[in-house]
Design a protein around this ligand. Structure first.
Ligand code: OGA
Ligand code: MN
Length: 276
């Protein structure tokens, strides 16, 4: 029997009793509804090969090709949809992205015009401690925003910076700049209505190099700082400590996530898909 067990935090639920390699349509419908409701799902004790991970992800929609990694390298051999998040270095070359440092709060790929609606992260190797991943609810952020801030951000667009990834690394092929007004990126409305739930949420992407269209830089920074403080308060978050075989699926529209650093001498290997 598959069950949905909410985390008790502001977002997130665990799905118990599911083998994602053989989920019938009825069970998938329950999982899909739980994902829309709880925004992040944890499914433990899975034994997925790369093809299984891709097949499960495809049930939600088309998959993006993985972004090029910081090293300029792309793709898992034979699986261009898979992005590798790892600190492991083999033959002098990192096998994945984000290293072992902190990854700051972000939405995946929001510097693009059509970011994925969901991401799936599957744990192949994890350190004994460290490298926890936290999520925050952007529905909760909108709900918690004071009226004066709501009025100021309701109709603005934010530039989502395409210079740096969440690990602070410069993206492949980009010349870094510190001026958010001229940095590459995409403008998105700061307040959005979720097409699957009809609920209003904030859409912030990442703080570094963010810029509110049309405002003097200092005003934009001050307003963004206030909004970000509300959005990332502890009461709106849930933190996951990984085990091998954990799959976490998040709604990339109405949540953000961050990762703690971990001991660089240990191994952490995750495979990710991005769903349109
Ligand atoms: C990601 C990501 C964090 C982590 O894969 O998009 O931000 O915990 N990963 O590795
Ligand atoms: Mn991410």
């Amino acid at each position: 029997m598959m069950t949905v067990v909410p985390t008790g935090a502001a977002l997130g639920a665990e799905i118990r009793g599911a083998d994602l390699r053989q989920l019938d349509d009825a069970a998938f419908a329950v999982l899909h509804t739980a994902w829309l409701t709880h925004q992040v799902l944890l499914i433990r004790d899975q034994a997925l090969g790369d093809a299984d991970l891709i097949a499960f992800s495809r049930r939600f929609g088309e998959l993006d090709l993985a972004p090029i990694q910081e090293s300029g390298r792309r793709f898992v051999e034979g699986h261009p949809e898979l992005y590798v998040v790892s600190n492991v270095v083999e033959g002098g070359e990192p096998i994945g992205s984000l290293g072992s440092g902190e990854a700051v709060w972000h939405t995946d790929m929001s510097y693009q015009p059509q970011p994925p609606k969901a991401s799936v992260l599957y744990a192949l190797e994890v350190p004994l401690s460290g490298g926890d991943t936290s999520f925050c609810t952007m529905y909760g952020a909108w709900d918690a925003l004071p009226d004066d801030l709501r009025a100021r951000v309701r109709d603005v667009r934010v530039k989502h910076d395409g210079t740096y990834n969440s690990g602070g690394y410069v993206r492949h092929g980009v010349t870094p700049t510190g001026d958010p007004r001229t940095a590459p990126g995409t403008l998105h409305p700061l307040v959005q209505v979720h097409p699957g739930t009809g609920r209003t949420h904030l859409y912030l992407g990442r703080r570094r190099n963010a810029y509110i269209e049309g405002l003097p830089l200092e005003e934009s920074d001050a307003l963004l700082d206030r909004v970000w403080e509300v959005a990332t308060t502890d009461g709106l978050t849930w933190t996951h400590a990984w085990r091998v075989g954990d799959l976490v699926l998040w709604d990339n529209r109405c949540t953000m996530h961050r990762r703690d650093s971990f001991d660089p001498s240990t191994r952490r290997v995750m495979h990710r898909t991005q769903i349109q």
